[in-house]
Design a protein around this ligand. Structure first.
Ligand code: 13P
Length: 250
């Protein structure tokens, strides 16, 4: 946590979920509270409209997992930020490592997508994080610095941008960096954000992502400069997601 920053507990459903899973959204919406944290579930495009309707008048926000960098045009199969906003979402994840790997997304491409999200008056959740090899080589901070410089648009503010630090080797593996390593890299990210964006960087949320679960949430969310989480597998079950939300200390 960082003093004066309200944590964000965000789920990333990835390529999971059909109408059968919508009741989970309803249970999460009924269980979250806006008092001490903000709550968000990013769903596949196909569920955004229905999920957003289910969450109307609740504290749960709905987001998307990717968008195109243009607002419209001849891009068969792609979806733009204004379209996602029209469907009822306010946040869009950009640059998730699975997209960087599966679709060859570069820092420059992520930068353009983040700018498109911001131009649509939405919040971009920009993902960064190192591979196992990069960590073993002692390059985790260097990788974070270059991803931050390459992916974050200069007009980013604490309102229109969230950073998610997700070490690739911790995603879906059950492996988690030590609390000291999380504290160290989040402090490094904070310093880089401040040197890039000044006060906005000081106030920007930095989420931790990678095998965050009910069993480790309380200790990870208590670490300095960890301003919430981006949760994959455990966000698919309402009980697990709500348990992580309840781990936020007021
Ligand atoms: P897991 O929580 O399943 O490790 O996934 C993390 C993630 O990739 C969230 O974007």
């Amino acid at each position: 946590m960082t003093p004066n920053i309200k944590p964000l507990i965000a789920g990333n459903w990835k390529m999971n979920g059909t109408s059968e899973q919508l009741p989970e959204i309803k249970v999460i919406a009924a269980g979250v509270s806006a008092a001490t944290y903000d709550a968000l579930i990013c769903t596949p495009f196909t569920l955004i409209d229905r999920a957003a309707r289910l969450c109307a008048d609740t504290a749960l926000h709905i987001g998307a997992e990717d968008c195109h960098a243009n607002s419209s045009g001849a891009h068969t199969g792609d979806v733009s930020a204004p379209m996602i906003k029209d469907a009822g979402a306010h946040h869009i994840i950009v640059g998730h490592s699975e997209r960087r790997t599966d679709h060859g997304e570069t820092d420059q491409g992520v930068h353009e997508k983040a700018q498109a999200v911001q131009d649509a008056d939405m919040t971009a959740i920009i993902c960064i994080g190192e591979t196992r090899q990069e960590r073993e080589d002692g390059r985790a901070n260097t990788v974070a610095t270059s991803q931050i410089k390459g992916s974050i648009p200069p007009q980013s503010t604490a309102t229109n941008t969230v950073i998610a630090y997700e070490p690739i080797w911790a995603i879906g593996t059950g492996l988690v960096p030590s609390n000291e390593d999380i504290a160290s890299i989040h402090a490094h990210i904070r310093n880089e954000l401040i040197s890039l964006l000044g006060e906005e960087g000081a106030a920007m949320r930095i989420l931790y992502g990678g095998s965050l679960k009910p069993g480790n949430a309380e200790e990870i969310l208590a670490i300095q400069n960890v301003d919430g989480g981006l949760i994959g597998g455990a966000s698919l079950k309402s009980a697990d997601f709500l348990a992580i939300c309840n781990a936020v200390k007021s």
